[in-house]
Design a protein around this ligand. Structure first.
Ligand code: HEM
Length: 388
């Protein structure tokens, strides 16, 4: 974790994982793109994909490359616990039948959301979030919005928010023993609450829960786990998108006039998702020998996929280092590609735009906030600012 602009921050990230939380990792990513299409990193003991075309190839090689290592479908640290149970069912963490069982329902339900209604709900929820450190608000606004869309009562939102954040801690290899314990408690509580919601009165028409249930067979533990997954997938990623959008406005005063309109806010968020995204990388695990970009990979190998680097690849987006609100054809891989691509992209951008609108009312002097600075939360994949 390096404070933004701190003299202790190394000029160049130590490696492609440290890049996620570096003050400015983008020149480093450019240097990786100038190297081999798939480069072996001896320190991390994995292959690194940094160019857009190679990343697209990796993300579409579904049979040979999997989202989890065959030997460890659930991280050993949580296997056998309630957090492990939820993790083991998530479509994000499965290929094959367990992925197919719920992905179509989640995708259709998310695609069926009315984004005007989502925006209204998100603005209402944002107004109800009490004063708390700005960095916590980044999480509370989107997570509570999704909890409400899923059918939780307003009184339950603060607790669901806390449990979601506790559960998400188990998804990181940086978690401590007490965080893992907290994650398991939270996973158990969230499963119980979803059980109650699903068993209760039929969910309101138009809610995300109604959409998922309408698209699914009878509710099962694995479906409930994937409802928890909608909260956890929202959490760090959307908090980061919201925070990084605020940073874009801090850095470039010429963008601020655009932040006065709904379309302008949406455009700021969408360009931030390309230019300074919240999810910097994902991983793939080689299940059977395969050749990617001319490089033979062996079963058991790991590929680190630098999604944030792809967005800045000049062959993918012209003038990639400039923040350009209206691009003729914005291309990005920060929401993945292929079978596991994020089904929540439109929802996330709507939530972040509504959150930004609400934040700008709360933090009218963003220059003062910029001078106080920020650093990034410790993470191996998510770029989420902590404002000082
Ligand atoms: C800025 C916010 C978000 C970002 C950057 C993001 C990014 C991603 C990425 C990169 C993946 C694919 C990972 C991989 O292939 O390894 C993914 C998957 C997923 N995301 Fe998002 N996401 C965001 C918000 C959301 C939201 C709000 C939801 C739903 C409420 C959501 C639901 C999912 C689900 C269910 C998957 C798993 C899909 C599958 O494996 O088939 N995401 N997301």
């Amino acid at each position: 974790m390096y404070p933004n602009n701190s003299p202790t921050s190394p000029d160049v990230p130590l490696d492609p994982v440290a890049a996620v939380t570096h003050a400015d990792p983008y020149p480093f990513y450019a240097s990786l793109r100038a190297g081999l299409p798939l480069a072996w990193n001896e320190k991390l003991r994995l292959w690194v994909a940094s160019r857009a075309e190679v990343i697209e190839e990796v993300l579409q090689a579904h049979g040979a490359l999997r989202v989890r290592p065959a030997a460890e479908p659930v991280p050993n640290a949580i296997a056998g616990s309630p957090a492990g149970e939820v993790f083991g069912h998530l479509v994000r963490m499965n290929d094959g039948a367990a992925h197919e069982a719920h992905r179509p329902a989640l995708q259709r339900a998310l695609a069926g959301l009315d984004l005007n209604t989502v925006r209204e709900a998100a603005l209402q929820v944002a107004r109800q979030v009490q004063q708390q450190p700005l960095s916590d608000t980044l999480f509370s606004m989107p997570v509570r919005s999704v909890a409400r869309l899923l059918g939780f009562a307003d009184e339950a939102l603060p607790q669901v928010d806390l449990w979601t954040r506790d559960f998400v801690a188990c998804l990181s290899p940086l978690s401590t023993a007490s965080q893992l314990q907290g994650a398991s408690t939270a996973a158990g509580e969230l499963m119980t609450r979803f059980e109650g919601l699903v068993a209760g009165t039929p969910p309101r028409r138009g809610t995300l829960l109604a959409g998922v249930l309408a698209e699914s067979a009878a509710p099962s533990r694995s479906l409930l786990a994937n409802l928890v997954g909608l909260l956890s997938q929202t959490c760090d990623a959307t908090a980061g998108l919201l925070g990084n959008s605020l940073i874009a406005l801090m850095r470039d005063p010429s963008l601020r006039a655009s932040a006065r309109t709904r379309d302008g806010l949406q455009a700021i968020v969408e360009e931030t998702a390309r230019h300074d995204p919240s999810v910097h990388n994902t991983r793939r695990f080689v299940a059977e020998p395969v050749t990617i970009a001319g490089t033979p990979l062996a079963a058991g190998d790991t590929v680190l996929v630098l999604l944030a680097s792809a967005n800045r690849d000049p062959s993918f987006n012209p003038d990639p280092d400039s923040f350009i609100l209206v691009r003729a054809k914005r291309r990005m891989l920060g929401f993945g590609r292929g079978m596991h691509a994020c089904p929540g992209q439109a929802l996330a951008c709507t939530l972040a735009a509504a959150g930004l609108e609400a934040l700008l009312q709360r933090v009218p002097d963003i220059d003062a906030q910029r001078l106080r600075g920020w650093h990034y939360r410790p993470s191996v994949a998510a770029r989420v600012p902590v404002f000082h």
